[in-house]
Design a binder for this molecule. Structure first.
Ligand SMILES: Nc1ncnc2c1ncn2[C@@H]1O[C@H](COP(=O)(O)OP(=O)(O)OP(=O)(O)O)[C@@H](O)[C@H]1O
Length: 618
């Protein structure tokens, strides 16, 4: 088979698969609604043929109708009236039923995408631009009119069945009156279908080209309405510039579509000609036969009505599903990209309070040229408070992301009491963990919800909430909030407030401590107090050390005065652990840690920030 033939076959198979998938998605409309829609489709499909018969019957009894012969005229009149009223009623019902079904199908699809993207094991794939592009294509959230939702395309499949029914039933009526017209219309219909499918293929290609600029336009459109970016947009005077960017990207996205649209409009005459010429010829032939007396007026009326119905069914482009197809194909591709690794044959039982080891762990972010971590060997003992320090970019946060299994090591392994964690599902492992990330999320929810999200998997425990708030030093903040625990932490919510950076950090600390109080064994804190003033920070750590109970704590901080309280401190540098020991041991060792500590202490004494920058130490 030639390459072109093979490509056509592949495309035909893919199209068939799309249609089957679209038909499957109809389920999401619900049994009742789907039954109603199917009944409506069948009735609409039979309507043209019924109308043709009723019209022909009425025409054949026209004398009786005109002369007022009620006995003869009443049946055809009634039949015609019923058909007309039925057509009207079906038309009224169609839109609300379709709308309802479409929203249900789209809603189910959005839930699928949310489920898929939020439960993939690691976040590495989400950082890849091609995965973000797939999410954008499949999320079914049309903001710039480029994205498609599955609903319309899925319903088109049902309509196609209806149209087929209309064509066949009207075709049967037509065959009864003028059989020779059937092959004429079938050939014309097939020729038109060829043109439609060629046009659909071209539209698909054009649509693809608009994806990247569409995504860029979205970035700027979101930036100008978001309060956080909005601050910079105003301060830097970026408003006009941002609008210009949006327009620029939208033009790039829409220009090819508009050009394609114009070309399509200009070539609409082709299918119209193919279908209309034989139809007009047939009309002329039948009308001539009626005038000559070779056919009755009733026959002519039936032929006109039935062939018009077939014509209407043929002139509607059945490929008007490009966006839907694209949206669903992107979803299938996304499933492959985010697929979890095959589950281990036997899920290993996680030991209680294990010793965690990084064994020769190396890690390199996808798409980068240099490993961030290189043969790290680190032991985290149950119940200890381990401090991790290092200069900016040393890889501290990356270490934590590996511990939380948001990425898997690219070399070496993580073990718990010798058990390779790769054999334990990430979600099972994460239940043992509570993490405060440097770039934590500020949920626009109440304080109570924001804290309880630390362990959303258990019923809310008010006593644990109160205790966690005390441990995190949040009580003073809570006392000043208008609705206490119920105060929404977003000004965009009624009665909501905005917290300062430091207050937010206390909320997030409480979130992590709540998780520990409700079952997490390992507390990981990445710069949890960077926004706190020195006194509050000191109090928080005092309380943390006193109330952590049996939990293991891994703490990253730039402030060595904070970390000095840790049971053990490791210094990360150049992707390796370069020093490890207690604070006094490391000071006595007189290495890089001792130098960093001395520099920070001196700066702090002189009233400067106590953070260190690259270049401060050798
Ligand atoms: N998602 C990512 N993709 C690619 N590179 C990354 C990613 N995240 C971090 N990096 C790179 O990895 C290196 C280590 O970053 P990491 O955030 O782990 O350092 P850090 O020690 O926590 O720094 P800081 O103290 O500034 O928070 C940096 O060079 C950074 O540019």
């Amino acid at each position: 088979m030639s390459t072109i033939g093979l490509a056509a076959q592949v495309e035909a198979t893919a199209t068939m698969r799309d249609r089957i998938e679209m038909l499957r998605r109809l389920k999401a409309a619900g049994v009742g609604l789907l039954t109603a829609l199917t009944a409506l489709t069948v009735l609409e499909g039979l309507l043209p043929a019924t109308t043709a018969v009723a019209f022909a019957t009425l025409v054949s009894r026209l004398d009786a109708v005109v002369s007022g012969d009620a006995a003869v005229a009443v049946t055809p009149l009634l039949l015609y009236l019923i058909v007309v009223l039925a057509g009207y009623a079906l038309g009224v019902l169609r839109e609300p039923l379709r709308y309802l079904a479409q929203t249900r199908i789209d809603g189910e699809h959005r839930a699928r995408v949310a489920q898929l993207t939020s439960t993939s094991d690691t976040v590495g794939a989400l950082e890849r631009p091609e995965v973000q592009a797939l999410i954008w294509q499949t999320r079914a959230d049309p903001e710039s009119f480029i994205e498609g939702t599955p609903g319309p395309g899925v319903l088109v499949q049902l309509e196609l069945l209806g149209r087929l029914l209309a064509m066949v039933s009207a075709g049967v009526v037509l065959a009864a009156y003028a059989w020779w017209l059937v092959p004429v219309l079938v050939v014309a219909g097939l020729a038109a279908e060829r043109l439609y499918s060629r046009e659909a293929k071209r539209r698909r290609l054009v649509w693809r080209r608009s994806i990247a600029p569409g995504m860029h336009a979205d970035v700027w459109a979101n930036a100008i309405v978001s309060p956080s970016e909005g601050k910079e947009v105003r301060v830097f005077g970026l408003g006009d510039w941002a609008v210009g960017r949006i327009q620029h990207h939208l033009r790039l996205a829409f220009n090819p579509m508009w050009t394609h649209g114009r070309r399509t409009l200009a070539s609409l005459w082709q299918p119209a000609l193919i279908l209309t010429v034989p139809l007009l010829a047939a009309y002329a032939g039948v009308a001539l036969a009626a005038v000559r007396g070779a056919a009755t007026v009733a026959v002519a009326a039936a032929v006109f009505a039935a062939s018009t119905a077939v014509y209407q069914a043929l002139t509607e482009n059945p490929h008007f599903t490009v966006n839907t197809v694209h949206c669903m194909r992107a979803y299938e591709q996304l499933k492959v990209e985010l697929a979890a690794p095959a589950p281990a044959e036997r899920v290993a039982e996680l030991p209680e309070r294990p010793v965690i080891r990084f064994e020769h762990v190396g890690f390199q972010y996808a798409g980068t040229t240099r490993p961030v971590l290189d043969r790290i060997d680190l032991e985290i003992r149950p119940g200890e408070l381990l401090g991790v320090v290092g200069l900016n970019g040393a890889g501290k946060s990356t270490l934590i992301r590996l511990l939380a299994r948001l990425y898997e090591p690219t070399a070496g392994r993580l073990t718990a009491d010798g058990l390779d964690l790769a054999g334990v599902p990430a979600e099972v492992w994460r239940r043992r963990l509570s993490v405060v990330f440097q770039d934590f999320v500020r949920y626009p929810l109440s304080v109570a919800d924001n804290v309880a999200l630390g362990n959303g998997g258990v019923p809310r425990d008010q006593a644990a909430l109160t205790a966690a708030a005390e441990d995190a030093g949040l009580t003073g903040v809570l006392d000043r909030l208008p609705l206490g625990w119920d105060t929404p932490l977003s000004r965009s919510r009624t009665g909501g407030v905005d917290l300062s950076g430091g207050q937010w950090q206390q909320v997030v600390l409480a979130r992590a401590l709540y998780a520990v109080r409700t079952g997490a064994e390992i507390l990981v804190l990445d710069e949890p107090t960077a926004h706190l003033d020195v006194r509050t920070e000191f109090e928080v750590f005092d309380r943390l050390a006193a109330h952590k109970g049996d939990a293991t704590v891994v703490l990253i901080s730039h402030r060595l005065s904070t970390v000095r309280q840790a049971d053990r401190i490791v210094l990360l540098g150049d992707g390796r652990i370069t020093e490890s020991g207690r604070h006094d041991e490391l000071i006595a060792h007189g290495g890089a840690y001792a130098e960093m500590f001395a520099l920070q202490a001196e700066r702090f004494r002189r009233g400067f920030d106590d953070r260190l920058e690259e270049g401060d130490v050798r």
